[in-house]
Design a protein around this ligand. Structure first.
Ligand SMILES: *[C@@H]1O[C@H](CO)[C@@H](O)[C@H](O)[C@H]1NC(C)=O
Ligand SMILES: *[C@@H]1O[C@H](CO)[C@@H](O)[C@H](O)[C@H]1NC(C)=O
Length: 325
C-alpha cells in the first residue's frame, strides 16, 4: 500500500509541477502492465468519447465529435430539452450497468438530451492510480465538450452533470477549466479511496464546483466519501450497506456503491419517489441512531428543489430492479 501511495504522489507531483512547463514533460503516454497513463493532454482525445441518446433514437447511441460543428445538430440534439451528462467510474463504461440504468431512466422521461462519456480505456481494473491521474484529461476534454454544448444552444441552467464514483469527481474537476459555474452536479457515492487523503480541492468534487451539488451516499467510509460533501447530502439506509447486497465484504461494498445510481435513477423515473428527512451531517451512521433533526422532509434525487441544503437520511426497501453482478 505504501508503495502505491508513493507512486501516486510521484504521478501527482509530476503532473502538477510541470503544468506550466509542458515542453519538459514527456509527451509519450505510458503503458505499464494492463494500465495506461495519459501524459499527452490534448483534447479531443480518442480515449474520451462522447455519445448522445435522445427520446427519438432510444438506446441507439450517436457519437459526438466536437471538431464537427454539425455533429450535435445531425445527431438529433434538441436545445429546447434539458441536458444531462453522465460519467462512469472506475473500471466502468458508458454502456454497462449502472450507467445504462441512469440512461434508461432519462430516456423514459423524454425531456432530456442524454450525453454519456466513455473513458473506459483509461480506467481498467486494477489500475486505480493511473485512473486517478487520467481523470485530469477526462475533465479537461469534458469541459471542452461542455463549452461546445453551450455554444450550440445548450442552456447551463438546464444542464446537470451526474457522475458515479470517480465520475462524480470528474463532474467537479470540469470546473477547473470553466469560467462560469456549472448549474447542478449530482455525485453518486463519490469515490473515497486515496482521494480523501491525498487529493486537493481541484482533484475532487466539492460544493464550489456548481451552484447546487447533491450527493447520494451508499457506501460511505469504504468506496464512497463520508459526511457532508455537497450542498445537500442524502445518507441512504445508514450510508454504508444497502439492503439486498449479499456475499463477501467486498461484494457487499461494490453492490452498495452501485446502488446510489439505482436510487437516483428511480427518482428520475418516478417524481418524489424517495424522501429524505433531516439528520446530522455524519454519514455513515452508527447502526441504531441516525440523529434525526426537526424540519421538513425533501425529495431525494431528480426533484430535490434547487437551493435545498443540509443532510438528510433516507430509508428504502430492497431494490429488485437494480441488477448487480
Ligand atoms: C464552429 O462554430 C463556431 C461558433 O459558432 C465558430 O466560431 C467556428 O468558426 C465554427 N467552425 C467551423 C469549422 O465551422
Ligand atoms: C472490471 O470490468 C470488467 C469488464 O467489464 C469485469 O469483467 C470485471 O469484473 C471488473 N472488475 C472489477 C473488480 O470490477
Amino acid at each position: 500500500m505504501r508503495l502505491y501511495v508513493a507512486v501516486l504522489i510521484i504521478i501527482l507531483i509530476e503532473n502538477w509541477q510541470f503544468k506550466g512547463n509542458a515542453q519538459l514533460q514527456s509527451i509519450y503516454d505510458l503503458k505499464y502492465w494492463r494500465c495506461f497513463l495519459k501524459k499527452h493532454y490534448v483534447c479531443p482525445d480518442n480515449n474520451v468519447k462522447y455519445y448522445l441518446y435522445t427520446p427519438e433514437t432510444g438506446q441507439k447511441r450517436l457519437r459526438i465529435d466536437i471538431r464537427n460543428n454539425l455533429s450535435l445538430r445531425l445527431s438529433g440534439f434538441d436545445p429546447e430539452r434539458k441536458n444531462v451528462i453522465i460519467i462512469h467510474g472506475f473500471n466502468g463504461t458508458e454502456s454497462k450497468t449502472p450507467m445504462t440504468i441512469l440512461r434508461d431512466a432519462y430516456l423514459y422521461r423524454k425531456d432530456y438530451n442524454i450525453f454519456t462519456i466513455d473513458w473506459a480505456g483509461l480506467t481498467n481494473f486494477p489500475c486505480y492510480l493511473s485512473s486517478l491521474s487520467n481523470m485530469r484529461l477526462v475533465a479537461q476534454c469534458t469541459a471542452k465538450f461542455y463549452a461546445f454544448l453551450m455554444d450550440h444552444g445548450g442552456q447551463a441552467e438546464e444542464t446537470t452533470c451526474v457522475g458515479h464514483s470517480l465520475g462524480a469527481h470528474i463532474c467537479g474537476m470540469i470546473s477547473n477549466h470553466l469560467t462560469i459555474k456549472q448549474h447542478k452536479i449530482v455525485g453518486l457515492d463519490p469515490a473515497r479511496p486515496l482521494i480523501d487523503r491525498y487529493a486537493n480541492k481541484y482533484f475532487r468534487l466539492t460544493k464550489d464546483d456548481a451552484h447546487h451539488v447533491q450527493i447520494i451516499h451508499t457506501n460511505a467510509g469504504f468506496l464512497g466519501e463520508v459526511n457532508q460533501v455537497g450542498h445537500i447530502d442524502f445518507c441512504v439506509n445508514g450510508g454504508m450497506r444497502q439492503p439486498g447486497c449479499k456475499g463477501r465484504q467486498i461484494r457487499i461494498a461494490r453492490c452498495s456503491h452501485f446502488q446510489s445510481a439505482c436510487y437516483f435513477a428511480k427518482t428520475v423515473r418516478y417524481p418524489k419517489s424517495i424522501i429524505g428527512y433531516p439528520c446530522d451531517t455524519s454519514c455513515p451512521k452508527s447502526k441504531r441512531n441516525w440523529n434525526y433533526l426537526p424540519g421538513p422532509s425533501t425529495p431525494m434525487g431528480h426533484d430535490t428543489p434547487y437551493g435545498m441544503y443540509g443532510s438528510y437520511c433516507v430509508q428504502t426497501d430492497t431494490k429488485k430492479d437494480c441488477p448487480f453482478d
